[in-house]
Design a binder for this molecule. Sequence first.
Ligand SMILES: Cc1cc2nc3c(=O)[nH]c(=O)nc-3n(C[C@H](O)[C@H](O)[C@H](O)COP(=O)(O)OP(=O)(O)OC[C@H]3O[C@@H](n4cnc5c(N)ncnc54)[C@H](O)[C@@H]3O)c2cc1C
Length: 424
Amino acid sequence: MCSSLLSLLKEKETVILIEQYNQLGGTSTIGGVNTWEPGVAGKGIHYQLAKHLLETKQGGVSQSIGSVNRETPYGFSTITNKDSYESTLKRSGLTKDKWRRFTFEPDAMAVTMETILTTYPNLLLLYQHQLMDVSYHKGHIDSVIIKNRETNEKVIVKGSYFADCTGDIVLARMADCETNLGEDSFDLYQEPSAPINSSPNINGVTQVFRLQQTTKKKPYKMPLLYHHESTRKWMKKISEYKLVPSINQYPNGDLCVNLLPTMDGNEYMNLLKEDRQFFLNSRTFAYFEFLATHKGFESKRISHIFKMVGVRESYRLIGRTVLTENNIYQDTYTENILCQADHALDIHGKSNVKGKGIVELNKPYGIPKECVLTKEFDNLVVASRGSSFSHIVASSCRLTRTMMAMGEGAGKLLYQAYLHNQEL
Ligand SMILES: Cc1cc2nc3c(=O)[nH]c(=O)nc-3n(C[C@H](O)[C@H](O)[C@H](O)COP(=O)(O)OP(=O)(O)OC[C@H]3O[C@@H](n4cnc5c(N)ncnc54)[C@H](O)[C@@H]3O)c2cc1C
């Protein structure tokens, strides 16, 4: 281990943020999910981020235009900046024409996140470091092992408190916390929309990509290498309008394409890692060839395929409480909550959930602190799309600003515990 890192880690009161890539923001930047969908977001850091990006014209308030039909078989959102940022902060109870989004440049977002975070003097930001292992005893996490992805050096990081903010709850699973994967059966939580039996189905996976205007005159043809029978079958769903992608315009006019989805969730989970990218790329190129050949996108080209695959759901913690569909409708949690959410229940791809697809909510609901607390440990929070939600609720909670607000709430919990030297 390098000596400067060792001395920093020995300093008291250091918060260490460990990130496997070289940018902040995860799915919302590196994964290309560069739009905050309309929704409640509380008083959090999103205001500062949006203000800076709006001022520097690297973010804008956007809205849907046109309708989905045979000529334009996709949802299209364009930046109008006609309304204030505040207009993006509500979804439930509004008609679609009132929904406003916030779309941003991913690199600018990541830099702004870093600028805000590094104003805190006791923060050590470790990029390109991956969590590898954990050491714990008697309900207490003692340390984690992380690896520098460039040098392969391993470092043991001891700490008083730990936050697992990985989407796939990597730390919690390494520490043998109870988790779940897939659709919950009705018997488990008595959710009205739950199927009778549990199943491995999870929300679909999307390979997000970016389109740019070009002066190319030759018609676009997908690379031969990526032709595959299964892609041809998948494209039938597109040409029969069974899949309706969403396209969002960036401030500079480029387009962000979010296939809804590129692959069923458990199809993705069951593929070998080395095969996943082939099939995702194959469908990406095939879909773009369809747009370029049949839907008026002939002067565009793919400028970027985002390197982090857009995974909507995988393992979920079974924490001190599991937030269920009943809690959402019955207003179970209104006080002492970490944050609120009001996005629709939103399941893409194969599913046995009743009324699957988009089910809008009438009002926001609260996420209690028990959703980020484990049953097993007194010094760990788990704050990500893998927190303690049922499969159905996870499809609503996972939105970017909800995850940011819940993370801020979880951070406050940790800070209070630290100040009073308490267990969580
Ligand atoms: C295709 C798609 C479209 C979506 N559309 C929208 C939308 O339009 N609007 C919206 O608001 N939300 C949308 N969402 C939901 C939202 O983007 C995500 O649910 C949310 O960003 C998840 O945030 P997270 O912090 O839980 O996880 P992540 O974004 O996955 O962040 C986890 C972080 O942990 C890091 N990490 C993971 N493992 C390790 C490890 N072993 N060591 C070190 N670091 C690690 C990752 O690199 C990452 O930076 C979409 C999601 C997807 C997949």
